[in-house]
Ligand binder design. Structure first.
Ligand code: SF4
Length: 341
C-alpha cells in the first residue's frame, strides 16, 4: 500500500511521448523528478496515449518517440533502481479505469478545463479523465506540478471524491485524494526569447552537441537596448540573463549583472559564459545517454520491467475498483434464484 507511516509517499507523473527532450522539459519537470527519487516512491510514465490525443493521424513515430523520451530520462539521471519507469499503453488498466471514470464525470467538469475549447475528438475531451486514471490507479499521494497545473490535480481529486461517494469497498473508500506537489518551474526562454517549445523551433535539446549549443547561443536574442557594445543593458529583460539565473554559478552571475549594466562586457562574451554553463550540465547527460544509444534494448528492458511492476499495482487497484462497483470477476450466487420464486 502506498501510504503506510513508515513508507515513502508515492509520486506519480508522466510526460507525453514527444521524442527528444529540450532544456525546458528538463528545468520544468525532469530535474525535479531526478531529485525526488530518494524521497518518494516514484512512478514515471511515458504518456503515449496522451500523445495520441493530438498525433492520432500519423502514429509511425509514437513508439520511437517514447523510447527517445526514456533515453533522455536516463541521461538526466532517473535511475531504474530508484524509480519505476514505464509506458502508459503497456499498462492497459489505465484505460479500464478511464472508462469507468468517464461514466461518473459530469461534462461540466471538463468544460472548466482550460483546453476544452480546442477539442476536436472524443479522446481529447476525455484526456483529463485519463489523467485522473493515470494517477489514481497507483493511489498516488503527490503529483508534481507547476502552479498553472494545479486545476488538473483538482479535477483528479474531484473524480476520486465522486467515486468514493458512490462506491465503497467493505465500507471503505478506494481512492486517496492526491495532493499537488508544487515544484519550481523557472521561466526558460528559447533562443528567440519566447518560451522554449518545439513548436517555436527555439529549443536547445538535451542531446545537442557542444558546437550546436554554442551556435544556438550566438543567435539568441538579447536585451534590445544593447544595440552597440557601449550601450548599457539589463540582464533582467534579456533571455540570456534568464539562462544565467538558472544555470550559472554565483560569481558568473555577479559578473553578468555588473558587466551588462555598465557595458563592461559584450554580449558575445556573456553568451559564451552561458554556453559554458549549459555544456557543463549537458555533457554528463550525453555521456550517460551513450550507453543506451549504443544498446537501446537496455532501455527497452527497463521499460518492460517498469511496466510489470506498474501492472502489479494497477491490477490490485482495479480489483478493488471492480469489487467496490459490484462488477468483480468473482462468482456470486444470484440473490433471488428463479428456483426460489
Ligand atoms: S550582456 Fe548578457 S545579459 Fe546583458 S544584454 Fe548582453 S547577453 Fe544579455
Amino acid at each position: 500500500m502506498p501510504t503506510g507511516s513508515n513508507q515513502r509517499k508515492r509520486v506519480l507523473s508522466g510526460m507525453r511521448s514527444t521524442g527528444k527532450l529540450h532544456l525546458g522539459n528538463y528545468v520544468g519537470a525532469l530535474q525535479n523528478w531526478v531529485g525526488m527519487q530518494d524521497r518518494y516512491e516514484c512512478f514515471f510514465f511515458v504518456a503515449d496515449w496522451h500523445a495520441l490525443t493530438t498525433d492520432y493521424a500519423d502514429t509511425s513515430r509514437v513508439k520511437e518517440n517514447s523510447v527517445e523520451v526514456l533515453l533522455d530520462w536516463l541521461a538526466a539521471g532517473l535511475d531504474p533502481e530508484r524509480c519505476t519507469m514505464f509506458i502508459q499503453s503497456h499498462v492497459p488498466q489505465h484505460a479500464e479505469l478511464h472508462l469507468l471514470f468517464s461514466m461518473i464525470t459530469p461534462l461540466g467538469w471538463l468544460e472548466r478545463v482550460p483546453t476544452y475549447k480546442d477539442l476536436g475528438t472524443y479522446g481529447f475531451l476525455g484526456y483529463p479523465v485519463l489523467q485522473a486514471a493515470d494517477i489514481l490507479i497507483y493511489k498516488g499521494d503527490f503529483v508534481p506540478v507547476g502552479e498553472d497545473q494545479v486545476p488538473h490535480v483538482e479535477l483528479t481529486r474531484e473524480i476520486a471524491r465522486r467515486f468514493n461517494g458512490f462506491y465503497k469497498r467493505n465500507g471503505t473508500e478506494v481512492f486517496p485524494e492526491p495532493q499537488p506537489l508544487l515544484t519550481p518551474t523557472p521561466k526558460l526562454p528559447g533562443t528567440d526569447g519566447r518560451k522554449m517549445s518545439k513548436s517555436y523551433g527555439n529549443t536547445i535539446m538535451l542531446t545537442d552537441p557542444e558546437p550546436v549549443v554554442r551556435q544556438k547561443l550566438k543567435t539568441m536574442v538579447t536585451d534590445p537596448a544593447r544595440v552597440r557594445r557601449t550601450d548599457r543593458g539589463n540582464p533582467d529583460v534579456c533571455p540570456v540573463g534568464d539562462l544565467h539565473k538558472i544555470f550559472s554559478d554565483r560569481s558568473t552571475l555577479a559578473k553578468v549583472n555588473e558587466g551588462c549594466r555598465s557595458a563592461g562586457i559584450g554580449c558575445i562574451e556573456c553568451k559564451g559564459w552561458a554556453a559554458n554553463a549549459l555544456v557543463n550540465i549537458l555533457n554528463p547527460m550525453q555521456e550517460r545517454r551513450k550507453k543506451y544509444e549504443e544498446n537501446p534494448r537496455l532501455a527497452w528492458d527497463i521499460l518492460e520491467a517498469g511496466s510489470t511492476k506498474a501492472s502489479d499495482v494497477a491490477g490490485k487497484t482495479m480489483n478493488e475498483v471492480r469489487d467496490a462497483m459490484g462488477i468483480s470477476l468473482e462468482y456470486e450466487a444470484p440473490r433471488s434464484p428463479r428456483a426460489a420464486k
